[in-house]
Design a protein around this ligand. Sequence first.
Ligand SMILES: Cc1ncc(COP(=O)(O)O)c(C=O)c1O
Length: 425
Amino acid sequence: MVELPGLLPELEVVRKDFPILERSLAGGLPLVYLDSANTSQKPQIVIDTMVDHLERHNANVARAMHQLGAEASAAFEEARDTVAAFLGAPSRDEVIFTKNASEALNLVANTLAWAKGDRKIGEGDVVVTTEMEHHSNIVPWQLLTERTGATLRWFGLTDDGLLDLSNIDELITERTKVVTFTWVSNMLGTINPVAEITRRAHEVGALVVVDASQAAPQLPIDLAGMPETDRPDLLVFTGHKTVGPTGIGVLWGRREVLEALPPFLGGGEMIETVRMEGSTYAGIPHKFEAGTPPIVEAVGLGAALTYLGHVGMEHIHAHERAITGYAFEGLATVPGLTVLGPGDPAVRGGAISFELEGVHPHDVAQVLDVRGVAVRAGHHCARPAHARFGVQSSTRMSSYLYTTPAEIDALIEALHYTRSYFKVG
Ligand SMILES: Cc1ncc(COP(=O)(O)O)c(C=O)c1O
């Protein structure tokens, strides 16, 4: 294997933890999975933990008065502890389980419209987002501002795919109620300066909502370790990108903020009392977890984050940087290939979107697939970011803790083949 500084030293051992990486594709081709920003693969421990939970501990949580109910409740709440530790959250009660990151963002946007007092967003207020967001962090705010008469504004992007912060003081003003942005872009790979933007937003009393869906899988996060001025007020991520299962997401919020927000969904277990005339609500986190929650998914997420913790988020980050740097070198050898986003791999996450002159991204992905290389093609739910760079769609490779330099070599070789197949250049 190519020796790169920063690669996980136990890479072959890590790969063995992911059974899917051992399967072959049609024609006996080995799988080269470069679509982890879309969804990550799952280690055996996550699969086993979920199966064990279903086989031995399955019951509803917080309402079943029997041993299995107690075991299921304990496993579910233990998963909350694990998430809190993973984020370095000041308190476990500040961790709310949702279906995914999208639901968490919708929860925040809707409850801000329904809130009473200072937090309420209404006519005349401004929400600031960015042009590089995933649709999940644009559309909920469009719905919110359209319904309330508030205004949506956004940071533009520089030509090299960074947030253009040159007008930060004009964008974030006394009228700004919320500033929301992605920590790491799923399309451009850009890692955004969370502290700098958060500090400015806090100067004007705005709430900061960070979409950590692409950050949580690859960057160490320590909320409690951040200075208060730089710490976001709310942060979301989605379980399936952090080697966990689908169907589970996380909203972390500062206690005072969550306590000031009204419930999102009504139903079982989010109440204190219910009378026909009206209801009162449970405290956080249960106020935001109506109905039977995604129990086995939460348990699986707990196992996933524990696994990432054992590998070490610092090591995973270093691995992503090493692989990204190596991929940059390889991509530079493919004539007619243009990478979108920052040119410096050191300031990027592990997602690289690119164009190949003369070949449609869907065709690129299809030819790569025939060679066993799985990538994503399309707008990656980031249409505005594509429009900013004058492209409809792109091809995206995305690596993770199990990606090897040899897999990057396979991608590069397949891209050269794609060019010859389509006779471009
Ligand atoms: C940056 C970012 N935000 C939000 C999401 C939405 O995640 P989910 O579909 O799990 O809600 C994604 C998923 O691709 C993402 O990359």
